[in-house]
Design a binder for this molecule. Structure first.
Ligand code: NDP
Length: 314
């Protein structure tokens, strides 16, 4: 083997709940996992405040604290955590190859992909400034903090419909801001939105600026046909214009759907490439919860362990 090339039994790419859970299981099964965190160690939970729906934390926990606990648990059993990105892979041979951002080559008998997804944002300055101060991309995570208050949701797809419906059970009015004169969401979700009296749909409407200094106080919107602007007073502003799975580096090898979510085989985490497994949001556009990501991370480690056992590697 050439100098500088490292051989590992199990390489885990990504450090959200899926990656760290895979690491806990893989380390305890003696797979001696090496985990590359990626550029956002801890993943999407690092931009959440209180997590109140993860079982086992009756008082709730801050997202970043929870991810630190996940990391410590993975390290306790010997996971080698590296704060770097994997920027390139090659899955042509029986041994899979991956390169870190510094050009270090790793040859892995098994790989667990847990690179997650990133919420898409509108790109407004005020959105960045007020993230976690009333601006959120996850109603299930943060909606509870706005119960009894007016909120806005941006988007017209299934995610926006789902977020609006979720919030409609907590908030007196949900203002759904849709940039066209129709929803992209599935028919059934459109029907649900239309039947929900406290969801007020603002057609042909775009957010121009989210108002407030240390908390959201409202949103200035523009009616894109008449160009009229107005202010809707809201305390919560939810961006629901879709997620993008972080799977670009795998696209030459791994079977994905048209939006880049990795397809797994049946009830397993197996991908189309033998020895490569996928877990968490990189392969799930439906549930997208920390607890479901952790569950599939566990599955991926068990699948990898079985694969390595069958191959006689462990
Ligand atoms: P989609 O891409 O389907 O929809 C995104 C929506 O956001 C569109 O209405 C789009 O408008 C709007 N949008 C995009 N950019 C902007 C912007 N800059 N300003 C304002 N609006 C914007 O994403 P989803 O996350 O909703 O859905 C992704 C996939 O996941 C879909 O296949 C969906 O069916 C699936 N899904 C399924 C669920 C379920 O089955 N329960 C739940 C959630 C998602 P426009 O229409 O004008 O392009």
């Amino acid at each position: 083997m050439a100098e500088g090339i490292e051989r590992v039994k199990c390489l885990i790419i990504g450090s959200g709940p899926a990656g760290y859970t895979a690491a806990v299981y893989a380390a305890r099964a003696n797979l001696e996992p090496v985990l590359y965190t990626g550029k956002e160690p801890g993943g999407q939970l690092m931009i959440t405040t209180d997590v109140e729906n993860y079982p086992g934390y009756p008082e709730g926990i801050m997202g970043p604290q929870m991810m630190e606990d996940f990391r410590k648990q993975a390290e306790r059993f010997g996971t080698d955590v590296r704060y770097e990105m994997i920027t390139k892979v090659d899955f042509t041979g029986p041994v899979h190859k991956a390169w870190s951002e510094t050009g270090h080559e790793i040859q892995a008998d098994s790989i667990i992909i847990s690179t997650g997804a990133s919420a898409k944002w509108l790109g407004l300055e005020s959105e960045k400034k007020l993230t976690n101060k009333g601006v959120s991309a996850c109603a299930v995570c943060d909606g509870f903090f706005f119960r009894g208050q007016e909120v806005a949701v941006v988007g017209g797809g299934d995610t926006a419909a789902e977020e609006a419906l979720y919030l409609s059970k907590l908030c007196p009015t949900v203002h759904l801001l849709v940039r066209r004169d129709e929803l992209r969401a599935s028919k059934i979700m459109q029907d649900r939105v239309n039947k929900t009296e406290n969801i007020k749909v603002h057609w042909n409407t775009e957010a121009q600026e989210i108002l407030g200094e240390n908390e959201v106080e409202g949103v200035r919107v523009i009616q894109n046909k008449t160009k009229e602007t107005s202010i809707i007073p809201v305390k919560g502003f939810f961006v629901a214009i879709g997620h993008k799975p972080n799977t670009d580096i795998f696209k030459d090898w791994i079977t994905m759907d048209s939006t880049g979510y990795i397809q797994t085989n049946g009830k397993s985490t197996k991908t189309n490439i033998t020895g490569v497994f996928a877990s968490g949001d990189a392969q799930d556009n439906v549930y997208r919860q920390a607890v479901t990501a952790a569950g599939t991370g566990c599955m991926a480690a068990l699948d990898a362990e079985r694969y390595l056992t069958e191959k006689g590697i462990i």
